[in-house]
Ligand binder design. Structure first.
Ligand code: BGC
Length: 759
């Protein structure tokens, strides 16, 4: 049934319209019964459905739902199809639990591993995060359930998260903090986008016209509604003007009244209110079409959560001990072997349908091996040597020690950032004590973000990063340890060696209401590349029980135009004896550019499954944006002529092949020369060069005459080089006596000529 939204809007009273733009309860929009407008039900997200029994109350405990792996684990699958599949399952649960919009996914960048909510986010790389988010959104929305892409934008820390101003330059915003949103919006069309709590460059995201209206709605063509994060609105009228359509949660009678009064007084254009109402009603009626009261297959979804966890865990280190074979006695150490640590704290907390017990899952796959257990560390932050001694005793008597180490909740959750990268003192002492008596020590980690391992990594045989692995993760760990599953996850973030290496370190977490994104474009591997710094584990790293070779790299063209795209192909062969999956990564390096660029940036990837001995050709498409960068002066994405290296890699630090291609740019750039432009800038601009070129030769000659050249003059510098970085007007002023008109008039004249060429 098609609903005539315009006709409904014309029948709504001003009060009803204002009420529609603010929630009626913690999780629902305001219905208008007389016109058949139903309420819309929203629930968190992102890795399960947190549907409270009564959506009109603030109760927290939610109905049982599948707790899928959290975003860090999910992202390490690098498998867009798997995210799509998870999205479909989430939608089925939404339909069963009567949820219209699931508040996910979160695509904020992992600016620092210290971010308390990193477990809810995908990556430090915007390309990877955007692709994965689009997959999940497509999956959920393919079943008629909406999503809410969050938190828009630059919401990268918990410290003062409701008020801090993220101070970010335009280029960094466009190249690092927005592209994942942009990709998801353009490609997957989420029904809603949730604004962030924080301010961006001094203005609340909830009121930020540039962000919500200019960029999201106008530039990217977002057709859905913008919802506030829960409690992010400070001034309802200002937020409507900025482009925020729906305020949550409700009820907020005074806010509604403020909107009514603002329209009556003429402060708020009623057309703006109507536009917000139109967007809200579109989503409300889209959701109405979706069948309600479905059921979902609890077992099948648990199995899917299991499969995703197994694909998302990352084998970081393996000296050959894994997969385990023929052991007689395994000492299982760590309290989370009994009580799985599989999700994070805060709004994403799911009431799982069931939880796989890691210890029992080991038992079921261990065959005849004897398993013994010790807790190893207490549940609180106390140090207990007795627990360490007991564990070391068990470990020494076994063939293998398996340590389940989970970062405690007080160290990592929504609501606060981490203050260091460390495990607890007790956990570090435990690992060291066990490794001292047992060379076959394996560490299984449950955490949402990187931890430091310097104190013990060299002492242990293997490390499996199991992340916050969802309710079935306990089974996935056993699968990997015993080789039922060949690990294939790769890191979607860099593991730094130490806290002080983190790119944002000296600008984190800010203070006095501001956090300066001083590292600019250089977060994650972009920073470590630029500084040539060693890391603990690089972005894109992950081991397998088999090996892959990369051969016959090729490109569709050696010389190309970015608009036509480029196809990169490579043959991948599984040279080992086990079936496995490989994640092939393509990075792009611009050999020379007008503005500084990162050494390399991920622009494509593919995951391929291969039987032993099998070879497959993997093709990866690179589009315009793979080569472009955002130029803050032209205010657009541009490409430049020149050579680019295409790096075909198994991780950011494991480049298997490099191919060089030549880009012929078609970017027509308007002139950005002005009164302050340097001589170098004049000569770099194609029109500037035409207008100023011959004149330049005269200036050059005159300068040499006046000041002499290079060292022979005794000046100890190359005068021409110095002059090139001076504004043209200043150079002319120095030679004023030789000129027929004042220097600034002369530059004005040249500028006029250049601008006339733009017409
Ligand atoms: C979180 C959002 C969440 C909302 C509703 C906020 O505190 O930042 O991610 O969707 O609460 O629970």
């Amino acid at each position: 049934m098609t609903v005539d939204i315009q006709s409904i809007i014309s029948q709504l009273t001003l009060e009803e319209k204002a009420a529609l733009c603010t929630g009626a309860s913690p999780w629902t929009t305001t219905p208008v019964e007389r016109l058949g407008v139903p309420e819309l039900v929203m629930s968190d997200g992102p890795h399960g459905v947190r549907r409270v029994p009564d959506v009109h109350s603030i109760a927290f405990k939610s109905l049982p739902a599948t707790c899928f792996p959290t975003a860090s684990c999910l992202a390490s699958t690098w498998d867009v199809n798997l995210l799509h599949e998870m999205g479909e399952a989430l939608a089925e649960e939404c339909i069963a639990l009567n949820v219209d919009v699931l508040l996910c996914p979160g695509v904020n960048m992992k600016r620092s591993p210290l971010g308390g909510r990193n477990f809810e986010y995908y990556s430090e790389d915007p390309y990877l995060a955007g692709e994965l988010a689009a997959g999940l959104i497509h999956g959920i929305q393919s079943r008629g359930v909406g999503t809410s892409l969050k938190h828009f934008a630059v919401n990268n820390q918990e410290f003062q998260r409701l008020s801090i101003s993220a101070e970010v330059d335009e280029r960094t915003l466009r190249e690092i903090y927005l592209p994942a949103f942009e990709k998801a919006v353009k490609q997957a069309k989420p029904w809603t986008v949730m604004c962030a709590y924080n301010k961006l460059n001094g203005e609340y995201c909830s009121e930020n016209h540039y962000l919500l209206t200019d960029i999201l709605k106008n530039e990217w063509g977002f057709e859905g509604l913008v919802v506030s994060d829960w409690g992010a609105v400070h001034d309802r009228v200002a937020s409507l003007k900025g482009g925020l359509d729906l305020e949550m949660p409700g009820p907020q009678d005074r806010r509604v009244q403020a909107v009514v009064e603002a329209v009556r007084s003429g402060e708020l254009d009623e057309a703006l209110l109507d536009e917000a109402v139109r967007r809200i009603l579109n989503v409300v009626f889209k959701a109405k079409e979706t069948p309600k009261n479905g059921t979902f297959d609890i077992d099948a979804h648990h199995e899917l959560a299991h499969r995703i966890a197994a694909d998302g865990m990352v084998l970081l280190k393996n000296n050959g001990l894994l997969p385990l074979k023929g052991c007689q006695h395994i000492a299982v150490i760590g309290r989370t072997a009994e009580n799985a640590h599989f999700q994070g704290g805060g709004s994403s907390h799911i009431n799982p349908t069931r939880v796989a017990c890691p210890y029992k899952e080991l038992q079921s796959q261990a065959g005849d091996a004897e398993l013994t257990y010790a807790a190893g560390y207490p549940s609180d932050n106390t140090f207990c040597q007795d627990l360490i001694d007991e564990a070391a005793g068990l470990a020494g008597a076994a063939d293998v020690a398996l340590l389940y180490i989970a970062l405690p909740v007080y160290k990592e959750s929504e609501g606060y950032d981490r203050s260091d990268l460390d495990l607890t003192e007790q956990q570090i002492a435990l690992i060291k004590a066990v490794a001292r008596v047992q060379p076959n020590t394996i560490v299984v980690l449950n955490n949402g973000a990187p931890v430091a391992m310097n104190a013990w990594i060299d002492d242990v045989a293997a490390v499996l990063e199991a992340y916050m692995m969802g309710q079935a993760g306990g089974a996935a760990i056993a699968d990997i340890l015993f080789g039922r599953v060949n690990p294939s996850g790769k890191l979607a973030e860099t593991f730094p060696l130490k806290l002080t290496d983190i790119p944002a370190y000296i600008n984190w977490p800010g203070g006095a209401g501001k956090v300066h994104y001083g590292e600019g474009l250089f977060i994650g591997y972009r920073y470590y590349d630029a500084r040539e710094m060693p890391v603990l584990f690089p972005f894109g790293h992950g081991l397998s029980y088999t090996q892959f070779t990369y051969s016959s790299p090729r490109v569709s063209a050696k010389t190309f135009r970015a608009e036509d795209g480029l196809t990169v192909t490579v043959d991948i062969t599984n040279t080992g004896s086990l079936a496995g999956k490989e994640i092939v990564q393509v990075y792009v390096h611009d050999q020379k550019s007008g503005l500084v660029r990162p050494q390399k940036e991920l622009k494509g990837f593919a995951k391929v499954e291969l039987q032993p001995g099998e070879t497959r050709s993997v093709s990866i498409q690179l589009d315009f944006r793979a080569f472009a960068y955002y130029h803050p002066e032209y205010k657009r994405w541009i490409t430049e002529d020149g050579d680019f290296d295409i790096l075909i890699a198994a991780s950011a630090a494991d480049i298997r092949h490099t191919l060089t291609v030549t880009l012929e740019s078609t970017s027509r750039l308007h002139c950005i020369l002005d009164k302050e432009s340097t001589i170098r800038e004049w000569m770099a601009d194609p029109r500037g060069k035409v207008v100023f070129g011959t004149f330049y030769a005269q200036i050059e000659a005159q300068s040499l005459k006046t000041f002499g050249g290079g060292d022979e003059s005794g000046a100890g510098m190359d005068i021409l080089d110095m002059m090139n970085d001076m504004p043209l007007v200043s150079v002319l002023a120095l030679q004023q006596r030789a000129l027929t008109m004042p220097a600034d008039e002369m530059v004005d004249g040249l500028l006029m000529q250049v601008h006339s060429m733009d017409q």
